[in-house]
Design a protein around this ligand. Structure first.
Ligand SMILES: [Zn+2]
Length: 157
């Protein structure tokens, strides 16, 4: 079992017994009776377990409600995309949700379009500038020249 969980359970049991012992001993001393003290100890322990269980249930219910609210919130999040209509090719700005089916009506032809969402992967590439070792390409040499708008490369024979 999880060490953290075991520690939490042992801690909880220790606190429960400590509280029960304190209350049981106090009432036992006041009543000058060991059986009454022991009875109060048992009663306190049982009450604490019942209250603890009740609080736990409430806690997990609250957690579940929060999770559902989060999911509902996530479903409402929409990202705008410019998509062309499948009938007339007009570009429509469409809010897209990743959790629900997306359908939109074209602003031009009023046809209903269903949005097909696809994910693809690519390799991560490095720009050539980072790959070439400095000094490998000597820009000073006459063979390599960079073109600019002000100084277009002249082709000479
Ligand atoms: Zn259209």
């Amino acid at each position: 079992m999880d060490k953290v969980l075991v520690k939490a359970i042992l801690q909880s049991v220790a606190i429960t017994i400590l509280i029960s012992t304190a209350i049981g001993a106090s009432i036992g001393l006041i009543a000058q009776s060991a059986p009454i003290g022991f009875g109060v100890f048992i009663l306190c322990t049982v009450i604490q377990f019942i209250v603890g269980g009740f609080l736990n249930t409430k806690h997990s219910q609250a957690n579940q409600q929060m999770q559902q609210a989060l999911l509902a919130q996530a479903a409402e999040i929409k990202i705008p995309f410019d998509l062309s209509c499948a009938y007339c090719n007009t570009v429509n700005r469409v809010p897209i949700s990743l959790l629900v089916d997306n359908v939109f009506k074209c602003i031009s032809c009023n046809q209903l379009n269903r949005v097909y969402t696809q994910f693809t992967t690519t390799r991560i590439t490095q720009p050539l500038v980072n790959k070439v070792e400095p000094g490998e390409v000597n820009m000073e040499e006459n063979t390599v020249r960079q073109t600019t708008i002000n100084e277009p490369i002249q082709i000479t024979k």
